[in-house]
Design a protein around this ligand. Structure first.
Ligand SMILES: NC(=O)c1ccc[n+]([C@@H]2O[C@H](COP(=O)([O-])OP(=O)(O)OC[C@H]3O[C@@H](n4cnc5c(N)ncnc54)[C@H](O)[C@@H]3O)[C@@H](O)[C@H]2O)c1
Length: 285
């Protein structure tokens, strides 16, 4: 391994939902190792804010406000990005989200919106970008931001969980279809990660002052549930995305990397108040 294998100098990355949370962190981390960044977020001010930070890191930024639930806008965004830079090397399908609700109370309009946001957007961006990567002949890296909810039951998140599960098997299948072109397709599966969306700041600019703060009891329960004892940070997905985009992961495709503090591994085990792991023990002990 060479220390320079991590560098993405002069490569171009398109990041959906790159104006906030995990997508923004990925944008800044990819820029910090040399990539130029296209930010495709639905909120124009968020696109501009991330673009300004990318430029401060010495890289080029192209903010392209886009609603990824509109496939026409996705195709147009990819075409504009390619016209501007002449190449796309990295695609991060990150935009996504969920409004928790019992499935029997959820309208068809709501499930279709979840499917458009979490699944169709990824299909549209991948189908627009992959042919350009093939034409470029340099290979590429597609990184899908999944969720731990793809791999476990998720009450009140059923449609979201189904979309994320679909995303993971699409990741594996597309990895095989694109392998001959040296385009790798992988996924990152976060659990509870502190972002604007997690804190209720889903529209307008990112305003941490207005975020919903968890109470002490909720923080304690989160710390006991997650093996590494704390929520995730958006930059922890950023560093894995850098790895998956770079030559460091040249032999990895069709993989799903949990970035979840060990949550998926724990699969129902939780710490009691004394810190001992339990499945059925007294949680109040
Ligand atoms: N934060 C978590 O705990 C967590 C856990 C598991 C998976 N994820 C996944 O990570 C990804 C990012 O989540 P996050 O927590 O950073 O979300 P977030 O809400 O904090 O940020 C999402 C960004 O996407 C943008 N966006 C929303 N709808 C859009 C649309 N229609 N078109 C374009 N952009 C749009 C938002 O403006 C925002 O900037 C999502 O796919 C989410 O499902 C997050």
């Amino acid at each position: 391994m060479q220390a320079t294998d991590i560098l993405l100098n002069d490569q171009v990355a398109v990041i959906t939902g790159g104006g906030g949370g995990i997508g923004r962190a990925i944008a800044l981390d990819l820029a910090s190792v040399g990539a130029d960044i296209v930010i495709a977020d639905i909120v124009p001010e968020r696109c501009e804010e991330t673009a300004a930070r990318v430029r401060e890191l010495g890289r080029q930024a192209l903010p392209l406000p886009t609603d990824v639930t509109d496939t026409g806008q996705v195709y147009q965004m990819v075409a504009r990005a390619h016209d501007h830079f002449g190449r796309i090397d990295i695609l991060v399908n990150n935009a996504g989200g969920v409004s928790p609700r019992a499935f029997i109370e959820q309208s068809e309009r709501s499930w279709r919106r979840h499917i458009d946001l979490n699944l169709v957007s990824m299909l549209a961006a991948s189908s627009a970008v992959a042919p350009l990567m093939i034409e470029g002949g340099r290979g590429g890296s597609i990184i899908n931001i999944g969720s731990i909810e793809a791999s476990r039951a998720a009450p009140y998140y059923a449609v979201y969980a189904a979309c994320k599960a679909g995303m993971l098997n699409f990741t594996r299948s597309l990895a095989l279809e694109l392998a001959e072109h040296k385009i790798r397709v992988n996924a990152i599966a976060p659990d509870y990660t502190v972002t604007p969306g997690l804190r209720g700041n889903t529209t307008g600019p990112v305003e941490p002052d207005k975020w919903i703060k968890p109470g002490a009891a909720q923080e304690d329960a989160t710390a006991r549930r997650i093996p590494l004892g704390r929520p995730g940070r958006d930059s922890e997905c950023g560093s894995v995305a850098v790895f998956l985009a770079s030559r460091m992961s040249d032999y990895i495709t069709g993989a799903v990397i949990p970035v979840d503090g060990g949550s998926w591994a724990s699969s129902g085990w939780i710490r009691d108040r004394s810190g001992k792991w339990t499945l059925t023990g007294n949680l109040e002990a």
